[in-house]
Write a protein that binds this ligand. Structure first.
Ligand code: BDP
Length: 351
């Protein structure tokens, strides 16, 4: 009896095993089908529904809410949308990824996909673009945009490909002006002062022509350089002066508008070359719209930051522009900038 008792449960057990086997076979079939689907998708260009977005890095020196940073965010949002979420750009502000000179090098190597930097750090890898930092080159904001949107501006964006970078677009830089810890009303007041400049040979020469001593320092270190007296002043646009708190220490600002150095949005050529023609177009389109957005944000920020500085008791003086122009004019005759003449002429001829 005992032997017989065991029989029904053995049968049930066997049935279970058989059912389980069927399930395993079913699951294997589904697995194989899924594998085929992925293979076909990848091989023939269809995108598997579960593909994760590729994360890209964009280096920026400014903090959240600064107009160029807002432009970066807009660009990132649009590029993601235009590529149906296949790419996601993460903006690293506040010099988190390094100084502008460092990140330009990293973008050349393909370690960082995008950089938003001033023209200055691009000069070390592409000297021709230095022409943009010549003093009083652009007559106004409108003149600058006519140049940037015209053949000269577009030439520079494309030509950087030779050095491993592709210019995607420009952002508005405003105009650069001097500010110091000492009273500042004229060129004479700059005499003998130590002035922070971007690591840019043209800015070094410009400051020398004004009788001051240029000190190249990375952007993130300017505040402490001013505070500790390593420098007596710096030169920049109003939003940088205020957002970096330089205005707390260097309260004297003179509106001499000696230069406008276009802000560059560049992509690593290494990454650019991996893109389809449609994605390259998407990137350019995203940049175009982001530029229009940034210009609006810029114009508003300039006014807001200036009001903030005045409210905090800063002294903002109007410069005798002719006096500044006269002092720096000899830079155009320096032999090291002879090759800029062809560009200067084209820029002067632009309406
Ligand atoms: C600001 C530019 C930023 C530069 C900075 C500087 O937006 O890209 O790094 O000047 O002076 O106006 O270093």
């Amino acid at each position: 009896m005992r032997k017989d008792e065991g029989r029904p449960s053995e049968t049930v057990f066997l049935c279970h095993i058989l059912k389980l086997n069927e399930e395993v076979v079913k699951m294997k079939k589904i697995g194989i089908l899924l594998l085929i689907a992925v293979f076909v998708g990848v091989t023939f260009g269809a995108v598997p529904v579960f593909a994760a977005a590729k994360i890209l890095k964009l280096a920026e020196v400014h903090p959240k809410g600064y107009p160029t940073e807002m432009g970066d965010q807009k660009f990132s949002e649009l590029f993601e949308k235009l590529t149906q979420g296949r790419y996601k750009i993460q903006v690293y502000g506040n010099s988190q990824l390094g100084s502008e000179n460092d990140v330009v090098e990293q973008a050349k190597l393909g370690v960082i996909e995008f950089v938003r930097v001033s023209t200055s750090p691009a000069i070390s890898v592409f000297p021709e673009i230095g022409v943009y930092s010549m003093p009083y080159l652009f007559r106004s904001q409108d003149h600058m945009w006519n140049v940037l949107n015209g053949p000269v501006g577009q030439h520079f964006l494309a030509a950087m490909e030779k050095v491993g970078l592709v210019g995607v677009g420009y952002f508005d830089p405003g105009s650069r002006n001097f500010y110091t810890t000492k009273p500042l009303k004229s060129v004479a007041d700059l005499k003998g002062l130590k002035i922070r400049v971007q690591p840019n040979p043209i800015m070094v020469n410009l400051v020398k022509l004004l009788g001051a001593t240029p000190t190249p320092i990375a952007y993130a270190e300017v505040y402490s350089a001013l505070q500790t007296g390593v420098v007596d002043g710096a030169e920049n646009n109003v939003p940088s002066w205020v957002s970096q708190n330089h205005y707390e220490v260097a309260k004297n600002f003179i509106k001499d508008a000696h230069a406008r150095l276009p802000e560059l949005l560049m992509v690593s050529k290494k990454f650019w070359d991996t893109l389809s023609a449609a994605d390259k177009k998407a990137m350019k389109d995203a940049a175009k719209e982001a530029t229009a957005f940034q210009i609006k944000a810029w114009n508003k920020a300039e006014d807001d930051y200036l009001a903030q500085a005045k409210a905090k008791g800063c002294i903002v003086s109007e410069a005798n522009i002719a006096e500044f122009q006269k002092a720096v004019a000899p830079i155009y005759a320096m032999p090291e900038y002879a090759s800029y003449k062809q560009w200067v002429d084209k820029i002067n001829a632009t309406k």
